[in-house]
Ligand binder design. Structure first.
Ligand SMILES: Nc1ncnc2c1ncn2[C@@H]1O[C@H](COP(=O)(O)OP(=O)(O)OP(=O)(O)O)[C@@H](O)[C@H]1O
Ligand SMILES: [Mg+2]
Length: 242
């Protein structure tokens, strides 16, 4: 599914956070959004998901303008938002339950619990899990949605480096097998280089996209390459520039 954002304006107070922001994402493309803390990344995803209303601007999916909550997006917000009164399995299957497909989703989810390191946690409640486990459960819940565009806000921030690598590979599979369009917010430059077709670097609030970097196929590898190191250093210079 294609996404197109045109002249988006948003502010919480009199200070603009997003100003005339425009960009588009192709069908099946993987785009990462990087930028300094507080520049408006989560705000942007909240607007796309329909949780916040922009003051002006247009959002189109496959050429159709959308307003508010549209059902086109599977959203994993920065804080995991698991419901404390539901078990992990019931949290993960929420989407299926909302669409009257609870049993089918339970089967699908059950097959993934081990892969996500959550075996034995089906009947536990969120407060009984570690931060990393809760984050994996929230990611699994999002991954099981049928929506065309995935909005992921630092989905792996709380994970140890090994598990994070596994989840990144899982995300790669999701993208290849299910052909989803993915918008990922991350602070991890190497993660962005490994996963993305394109990286958008946002500047300070209201500044917009400072630079756009296309990542070629050969750089999406875990074999550490000199060029990836160069790319990482370049991205850091762009983010730090004030
Ligand atoms: N509800 C709110 N009311 C007022 N200002 C807000 C609100 N939420 C966020 N902000 C401000 O808007 C700016 C953008 O916030 P946002 O959460 O989008 O940043 P971010 O780029 O996601 O940062 P981080 O990388 O730290 O998650 C920040 O300066 C923040 O202080
Ligand atoms: Mg954020």
């Amino acid at each position: 599914m294609e996404l197109s954002v045109t002249n988006l304006n948003f502010s919480y107070t009199d200070k603009p956070i997003l100003k005339e922001l425009s960009f588009s994402v192709r069908d099946g493309e993987f785009v990462s959004i990087l930028g300094p803390s507080g520049c408006g990344k989560s705000t942007l995803l909240n607007i796309l998901a329909g949780i916040l209303k922009p003051q002006s601007g247009q959002i189109l999916t496959n050429g159709q303008e959308i307003h508010g909550i549209s059902g086109q997006f599977a959203y994993m917000p920065q804080n995991d938002l698991l419901f404390p009164w539901r078990t992990i399995l019931d949290n993960v299957c929420l989407y299926g339950e909302l669409h009257q497909r609870k049993e089918e989703m339970k089967e699908k989810a059950g097959a993934q619990f081990a892969r996500f390191g959550l075996e034995g946690c089906e009947d536990k409640y969120p407060h009984e899990l570690s931060g990393g486990m809760r984050q994996r459960a929230a990611f699994l819940r999002t991954a099981l949605c049928d929506a065309g565009i995935f909005l992921l806000d630092e989905p792996f921030g709380a994970l140890d480096v090994i598990t994070r690598g596994d989840m990144q590979d899982w995300l790669c599979e999701l993208r290849t097998n299910l052909k989803r369009t993915i918008l990922l917010v991350t602070h991890d430059t190497d993660e962005a280089i490994y996963l993305s077709d394109r990286i958008l670097i946002l500047g300070r609030p209201g500044e917009g996209i400072r630079e756009e970097i296309c990542i070629s196929e050969e750089h999406r590898t875990r074999d550490w390459l000199y060029e990836q190191g160069q790319l990482r250093a370049r991205i850091h210079r762009i983010i730090k520039f004030v």
